[in-house]
Design a protein around this ligand. Structure first.
Ligand code: GCW
Length: 726
């Protein structure tokens, strides 16, 4: 009896031990997405065996005295150790074949003696070379600065992650754009405007005392893709961010970011001198106001000596600004710029403005306000322009300000968070959208005057250059609300460094790093990614339509909305559909927004046949029976596009299911579930939009097209009081 009991308990113990180790193994291998592209899971055996002889020792002269060099060392040990299963030995000098030397000409006599082409690298660029030194072969990462070494080291790790050969390496890379920034629309209460990945990662309340390890991982992730600055707080800013208490908190974060080459910036509220300074006015002409900003800048630089500067949203959507005092955007920007100039800071002044009671086509207002000010901005001001003239829609033409202000540096503002592309739940890879905008030809100085050349400064000889992405980062374990949303953060960084990179190339890198280099996985997932953005365009706003989202939260369709106080808040303002036709006439017969583009572009956009169907209804109001390239009429084509978008999402789901054996459980399931949400919502968009436009056009559905599942009244009555990000 007693032996039975002990046998039973022994068995139980065995089972428990087994379960425990199984659980442990599962946890160790758990892929919850936290690691982003710093995922250093072991490579395939063959790759590991190949790399091992080449990664034996790590030599980083001067490491003891520099936090950046320490960060580099830690990252390389961790990365190489994880990827090939054996960390290199940290050595003080080259001892044999298979060394990795990370050094500037200043920190290593060997590098100096090698006389490498360092000039072209600038401050942040780097070289990675296969090299022979002291009779041994190895790899050299070199640069003019420690920041360059940092970027080069991350590139070296990426080579392993993408399974590239180290033999014969000769890479030279430097960023084309100077300021490569994230913009967080994060509030002090940890809510995030247009954020769909949980609360803000900035724990303002517990700062500066508590430093979440996430802050370091955030800095690592950004440095790995070349991002070199971050604006911590929402452009709809609270002046409290500029009070000493909050500056102390920001300074603690700056300290964490510094070794990773990430400078801190803050959104500044224009009326701060009144709100926290006790002044009567925020007028740029007032000497007291000027002094207040100078003093504020001094106060900031005392705490954060490498502070980057201010981002400002002024006279837009109710925010205070210089126009409240009859002053121009240039006068407002220069006020802050002069306070920052002695410290080397910049002002990023946003051009996202449109005014209450201004009857002008909203797509024209920013250009009308800013272009006449060309030449009036101080040297340390850069004007930040959204990619399109309205507002981060699934597709817009490039903003007409690009190319139109030769004397003013302009920086790009992309949205990484998907306010208008299905929040965090829809899979939409934004690489193709960024690529489309960057490659668009403004013709400002003749053919080849691409948007890229405007923002990299080469078109008009600008020295101050920049690009910003509105972050999709929150407290969610996977940072961005889904695995595939991480790709949007990733591609933003990679294209900020090199705007000529193809969206498909970056997607492939990301897939290899994030999942594996299994060819079937790469092919299937790449297909999904590359088709995804056009799918969203098709099921939300096909053929150049825009801003049809429901009011305020922008979740789901609301093309019927036409009763809001300001005309340009209404979807009906944008689509202008009636019994006869649909679209916004922006030709000379209409709002003439086309005239804001350079000559050949005007003609293209103004022509119904040349504009291209993707932007057709952005620029033209056309009758429902307008003949399209397909032979269908406009009404039939519209319905066809909605169907096509939905069908694409169904296809994406099927493709993802086929990848089940190739993806770890947790990330596979979450993506599968989100794709199911996307399909349901794509169908909702399709059905509601068709129901509405049919109520207006009074046209029959083309043969064989499924009628919407519910009647229009049903869709109109839907309400979503607790949508995130609003
Ligand atoms: O797209 C709109 C958003 C606002 C945002 C604004 C802007 C920060 O709906 O939430 O405010 O753009 O870019 O300023």
């Amino acid at each position: 009896m007693s032996s039975d009991v002990s046998c039973l308990s022994r068995n139980l113990l065995l089972v428990a031990t087994f379960l425990y180790s199984a659980l442990l193994a599962a946890t160790v291998n758990a892929e919850d997405g936290y690691d982003l592209w710093l995922r250093y899971q072991p490579l395939e055996v063959e790759a590991r065996d190949n790399y091992r002889p080449q990664l034996r020792q790590l030599v980083i002269p001067g490491r003891e005295d520099s936090r950046t060099l320490q960060a580099i060392g830690d990252e390389l040990l961790r990365g190489v150790g994880g990827l090939i299963g054996r960390a290199p030995e940290m050595a003080s000098r080259i001892r044999g074949d298979g060394f990795v030397l990370v050094a500037t000409p200043g920190s290593s006599a060997d590098v100096r003696a090698a006389q490498l082409p360092m000039d072209a690298l600038g401050e942040e660029g780097y070289l990675i070379r296969a090299i022979s030194l002291r009779g041994h072969t190895g790899t050299l990462v070199t640069a003019n600065s420690e920041r360059g070494l940092l970027y080069g080291s991350f590139h070296l790790l990426r080579l392993l992650q993408t399974r590239d050969a180290l033999v014969g390496l000769d890479i030279s890379s430097s960023p084309r754009i100077g300021l490569r920034l994230l913009n967080h629309w994060d509030n002090l209460d940890r809510s995030v405007e247009r954020g769909y990945a949980g609360q803000s990662i900035w724990d303002w309340w517990n700062l500066p005392d508590v430093l979440d390890p996430r802050y370091t991982d955030y800095a690592r992730a950004n440095a790995a893709i070349g991002i070199n600055g971050t604006v911590l707080n929402n452009v709809n800013a609270s002046a409290d961010s500029l009070t000493p208490r909050y500056l102390d908190k920001a300074a603690a974060l700056a300290e964490v970011f510094r070794p990773y080459g990430i400078r801190m910036y803050l959104s500044a509220r224009f009326s701060a001198p009144v709100e926290i300074g006790g002044l009567e006015t925020a007028d740029p002409q007032s000497p007291a106001v000027q002094r207040w900003w100078q003093h504020k800048a001094d106060e900031i630089y005392q705490r954060i000596p490498d502070f980057g500067g201010f981002l400002v949203k002024a006279n837009s959507e109710g925010q205070p600004g210089p126009q409240d005092y009859g002053r121009s955007h240039a006068e407002g920007a220069n006020l802050l710029a002069r306070a920052l100039a002695p410290h080397g800071g910049v002002v990023m002044w946003r051009a996202f403005v449109y005014q209450q009671d201004n009857p002008e086509d909203r797509a024209k207002q920013a250009y009308s306000d800013f272009v006449p000010l060309d030449g009036q901005f101080d040297d340390n001001v850069i004007v930040q322009v959204k990619n399109g003239p309205i507002d981060f829609q699934p597709r817009e033409p490039f903003h007409p300000m690009f190319g139109a202000m030769p004397k003013t540096p302009l920086m790009m503002e992309f949205q990484i968070t998907k306010e208008y592309l299905g929040f965090a739940s829809h899979l939409a890879y934004l690489g193709p959208m960024y690529e489309e905008v960057l490659r668009a030809d403004t013709f400002a100085e003749g053919p080849g005057s691409t948007v890229t050349k405007v923002i990299d400064g080469s078109l008009h000889g600008q020295r101050l250059t920049g690009i910003a992405g509105v972050a999709n980062i929150g407290r969610d374990r996977d940072w961005s609300g889904s695995t595939f949303n991480q790709a949007n953060w990733y591609v933003f960084g990679r294209m900020a460094w090199n705007p000529d990179l193809a969206a498909a190339t970056v997607a492939r890198d990301w897939l290899k790093i994030t999942f594996s280099d299994n060819p079937e996985l790469l092919a299937g997932a790449l297909d999904i990614m590359l088709a995804s953005r056009q799918a969203v365009v098709d099921y939300m706003t096909p053929l150049g339509l825009a801003h049809l989202m429901a009011t305020g939260h922008h979740y789901g369709p609301g093309p019927w909305v036409s009763d809001l106080a300001r005309p340009e808040w209404n979807p009906a303002y944008y689509h202008r559909a009636d019994r006869n036709g649909i679209g916004f006439d922006r030709t000379a017969e209409g709002s003439n927004a086309v005239a804001q583009y350079a000559t050949p572009v005007v003609e293209k956009f103004a022509s119904r046949s040349r504009v291209g169907e993707d932007l057709l209804l952005w620029f033209h109001h056309l009758p429902w029976d307008h003949r399209m390239n397909s032979g269908r009429d406009l009404w039939e084509e519209l319905v066809y596009r909605y169907d096509r978008g939905l069908a694409e999402v169904q296809e994406m789901r099927t493709q993802w299911q086929a990848l089940a054996p190739l993806v770890d459980r947790e990330r596979f399931d979450k993506t599968a579930r989100l794709l199911a949400v996307q399909e349901r919502e794509a169908k909702w968009w399709r059905d509601a939009s068709i129901a509405y436009f049919q109520s207006v056009s009074a046209r029959p559905l083309p043969d064989g097209v499924a009628p919407p599942a519910r009647d229009l009244a049903y869709y109109r009555a839907l309400e979503f009081p607790w949508t995130p990000g609003h």
